[in-house]
Design a protein around this ligand. Structure first.
Ligand code: TLP
Length: 348
C-alpha cells in the first residue's frame, strides 16, 4: 500500500533537477561571502522580492528570528496575531534569545490580525512601557487554514506602521502560494513590508533553506545576527543550488497543490462525520474536524495511519492536511476512499 503523506509540504523531496544542480554546484566559503551559488541565489531571491538584498538562512524559524533580532533590541515589543506561527510554533525564540516582548492581538479567520486591536496595542512613549518596534503578519496564514492576505490587506498594515513609525515583518513561509492564489507578482506582496522571510523547503520542495529579504542595511544587520545564532554556513551552495531550481521551476506548479487541496476539501465534505467548509480552502492547507458519538481524533488518526494516510493532528478536535509536490489528484482520490472507509468503520 502506497503511503499518502499529507502532514505538511515540508515532507517534499527534492526534484531530479535539484539533485543534479546540487551535485554540480560551484562552492566556496559563504562566511567569507565566497560561495558563488549562494550569491546567485541571494541575488535571484532579492530580485524576485523586489528588495535590495537577501540572505540564505537554514530554516523559516531562523529567518523570522534573525529578522526580528535585526529590527528589535532587548525589551522592544512586536505585535502579531495570536495564531502567528512565530508566536505559536517557534519555541518562543524571539523572547528566549532576543529579549523581545511579544504582544498578540486576535487573528481573524481570513489570516489578518485584528487591525483595530493592533492599532490600540501600539504603545505610547512612556518609561513604564516597552517600545513597540514592529508589526508582523503571515501570508499565507498556516493556522488560519492557508488563508491568503490580499495586497490591499497587507497595505493597510503598512499604512498603520508608517503612521506610527514602525516596521512590518512578513512571515512569508508560503508567500509564493499567496502570490499564485492571488495571481499577482510576489514583489507586489513583498512591497508592503520592510522584511520578508520565505521558505524554499516547503511547497517549493528544496531540501533545506529559507530566505530573508529587505533593504541592504537590514540584510547587513541580519548577516551579523545569523552569525550570532550559529547560522553562518560554509559551502552552503550545496543547499542554495536546490533553492535556485526551486525559484526557477517550482513556483507556477503550486496552483496544482491548491486545486488538489480544494478537491480534497470537496471530497471530505461528502464523508459523514467530517466537518469542513470547502470554500474556505484557498491554497494548499486545510483543517477539518470530526464529529459523532465516541469518535475521537486519536482513533481516527490511528485508523488513517493504518491505511497509509498521514495527517497532522493539530489539536484534540482537528486535523490538518497539506497538499504538495509529489501528491497527485489520483492520490487525493485514493486518500478520500481510505478516509471514508476509516470513518465508516469507526461509526459502527
Ligand atoms: N511550519 C511547519 C510546522 O512548524 C507547523 C508546518 O508543517 O507547516 N512560518 C510558517 C508560517 C510555517 O508554517 C513554518 C513551518 C515556519 C515559519 C517555520 O519554518 P521551519 O520549519 O523551516 O523552521
Amino acid at each position: 500500500m502506497q503511503e499518502i503523506d499529507l502532514r505538511s509540504d515540508t515532507v517534499t523531496q527534492p526534484t531530479a533537477a535539484m539533485r543534479q544542480a546540487m551535485y554540480e554546484a560551484e562552492l566556496g566559503d559563504d562566511v567569507y561571502g565566497e560561495d558563488p551559488t549562494v550569491n546567485r541565489l541571494e541575488a535571484l531571491a532579492a530580485e524576485r522580492m523586489g528588495k535590495e538584498a537577501a540572505l540564505l538562512v537554514s530554516s523559516g524559524t531562523m529567518g523570522n528570528l534573525v529578522s526580528l533580532l535585526t529590527h528589535c533590541g532587548r525589551g522592544d515589543e512586536i505585535i502579531m496575531g495570536d495564531k502567528a506561527h512565530t508566536f505559536v510554533s517557534e519555541a518562543g525564540g524571539v523572547s528566549a534569545l532576543g529579549g523581545i516582548h511579544v504582544r498578540t492581538v486576535p487573528n481573524l479567520d481570513d489570516g489578518m490580525p485584528d487591525l483595530a486591536a493592533m492599532e490600540r496595542a501600539i504603545r505610547a512613549e512612556n518609561i513604564h512601557f516597552p517600545r513597540t518596534r514592529a508589526l508582523t503578519i503571515e501570508n499565507t496564514h498556516n493556522f488560519c487554514g492557508g488563508a491568503v492576505l490580499s495586497v490591499e490587506q497587507m497595505a493597510s498594515v503598512k499604512r498603520l506602521a508608517e503612521l506610527r513609525g514602525l516596521v512590518v515583518h512578513l512571515d512569508g513561509a508560503r508567500i509564493f502560494n499567496a502570490a499564485v492564489a492571488l495571481g499577482v507578482p510576489v514583489s507586489d506582496l513583498a512591497a508592503q513590508v520592510d522584511s520578508v522571510q520565505f521558505c524554499l523547503s516547503k511547497g517549493l520542495s528544496a531540501p533545506v533553506g529559507s530566505i530573508i529579504a529587505g533593504s541592504a542595511d537590514f540584510i547587513q544587520g541580519a548577516r551579523r545576527n545569523r552569525k550570532i545564532v550559529g547560522g553562518g554556513m560554509r559551502q552552503a551552495g550545496i543547499i542554495a543550488a536546490a533553492g535556485i531550481v526551486a525559484l526557477e521551476q517550482m513556483v507556477e506548479r503550486l496552483a496544482e497543490d491548491h486545486e488538489n487541496a480544494y478537491r480534497l476539501a470537496l471530497g471530505l465534505a461528502e464523508i459523514p462525520g467530517i466537518v469542513i467548509e470547502p470554500d474556505k480552502v484557498k491554497t494548499n492547507i486545510l483543517f477539518f474536524g470530526v464529529e459523532g458519538d465516541g469518535v475521537e481524533t486519536t482513533e481516527v488518526a490511528a485508523a488513517l495511519t493504518e491505511r497509509g494516510v498521514l495527517l497532522a493532528q493539530t489539536d484534540p478536535t482537528r486535523f490538518r492536511a497539506v497538499t504538495h509536490y509529489g501528491i497527485t489528484a489520483e492520490d487525493i482520490d485514493e486518500a478520500l476512499v481510505r478516509i471514508a472507509e476509516a470513518m465508516r468503520e469507526l461509526a459502527n
